[in-house]
Write a protein that binds this ligand. Structure first.
Ligand code: ZN
Length: 281
């Protein structure tokens, strides 16, 4: 929680009030590559270049749409710089060094817990592995749609009760960091699609996450909705921005009703709070 005000401050300095950052590539030509988003650990960045250009980040090719739109993101622990290469047909390749703001995360140490609270039971392991395979597959689609470029709105509004990147160390064992943003809200409240999407996963009973939906917004950008009490969509459905996709619950390993909202660029876990506008009050 304590990371949020500091981060807001850094962002305000960097990007001003609009939440957008535009950096032209150093080029003698008039055609810049424009970026919008957060060059920060957990940040999502939408780029626009000329149709027909190719783009790669840290040696990895990125899909560019027919009208020159592309997207990428930075992981929780990404290094301070990355290199982006853009090749416009008929021109020399341009390499740009990207500076990535480094964040600090809340780390909480809890000792003296009973063992069964720290280690999942043996009979759950097969189920957890199956769940993880399904989730990985749902986040692997490289869809040509560019719905992500329209931005993401909050699927529910409410008090933020958990932030991206925070981590617990239980009985000396570091747990997986928390990769979502938790929004506390009553059981049965509707969850709205933050942008148009295709449904890639709709599972009612996953071990950790209970009722879970994954939406694909194109370009490898997916959003996930955890602990739902009800799912209103199925795999393959096309959903529109604002459409109700299900209801808030506390299924899976949740202590109370809330939405755990996650954002991915393929398997890279991003911070939804950076991609959405400030939470409306
Ligand atoms: Zn969560």
């Amino acid at each position: 929680m304590s990371a949020a005000p500091h981060r807001r401050q850094v962002l305000t300095t960097l990007i001003g009030a609009t939440g957008a950052l535009f950096l032209p590539l150093p080029s003698a030509r008039a055609e810049p590559v424009r970026f919008e988003g957060h060059f920060e650990q957990g940040g999502m960045v939408v780029g626009r270049t000329v149709p027909g250009a190719t783009v790669s980040l840290a040696g990895r090719a990125i899909r560019v749409s027919d009208d020159g739109v592309f997207v990428f993101g930075f992981g929780r622990d990404d290094k301070a710089t990355a290199s982006l290469v853009v090749r416009v047909p008929g021109e020399a390749a341009q390499t740009q060094r990207l500076d990535i703001v480094q964040r600090s995360y809340d780390i909480q140490k809890i000792d003296g817990l009973p063992d069964k609270q720290v280690t999942p039971p043996d009979d759950a392991v097969a189920r957890i592995n199956r769940d993880n395979k399904l989730i990985g597959a749902a986040r692997s689609h490289d869809t040509h749609e560019t719905w992500f470029a329209g931005g993401l709105s909050w699927p529910v509004t409410g008090r933020i009760s958990g932030v991206y990147g925070s981590q617990r160390i239980l009985n000396g064992q570091p747990r997986r960091p928390h990769y979502g943003v938790d929004i506390a809200k009553g059981e049965g409240e509707p969850i709205h699609a933050p942008q148009a999407a295709i449904v890639r996963m709709a599972e009612t009973d996953m071990y950790f996450t209970g009722g879970t939906t994954i939406l694909d917004h194109g370009g490898g950008i997916t959003t996930s909705y955890l602990h739902q009490s009800r799912l209103d969509v199925k795999v393959g459905d096309k959903v529109e921005k604002g459409q109700v996709i299900g209801l808030i619950g506390k299924t899976g390993r949740a202590t109370g009703p809330h939405l755990c909202w996650r954002l991915n660029w393929f398997q890279e876990r991003l911070d939804p709070q950076l991609a959405a506008p400030p939470m409306p009050s």
